[in-house]
Design a protein around this ligand. Structure first.
Ligand code: ZN
Length: 68
């Protein structure tokens, strides 16, 4: 057995947990009058232009909140 494999697995587990903890719940997000994905102006109470923007934003959150 390689101890390094154990360490890497534990590290990956911790990272997954940290990402899960950091990911905001969409329904808890405040509507800020701008699309969270592309910063376009949206009506009050709306957080994304459309479902495409929401999906794209969620994918970005899942990747750690950074643009690729
Ligand atoms: Zn948008």
């Amino acid at each position: 057995m390689d101890e390094g494999d154990y360490a890497a697995a534990a590290e990956q587990r911790d990272r997954d947990r940290a990402i899960a903890a950091r990911k905001p719940e969409p329904q808890l997000l405040a509507a800020i009058g701008e699309c969270y994905n592309c910063s376009a102006i949206v009506p009050p109470g709306v957080r994304w232009c459309d479902s495409d923007c929401r999906t794209e934003w969620e994918h970005r959150q899942a990747r750690g909140g950074r643009c690729a």
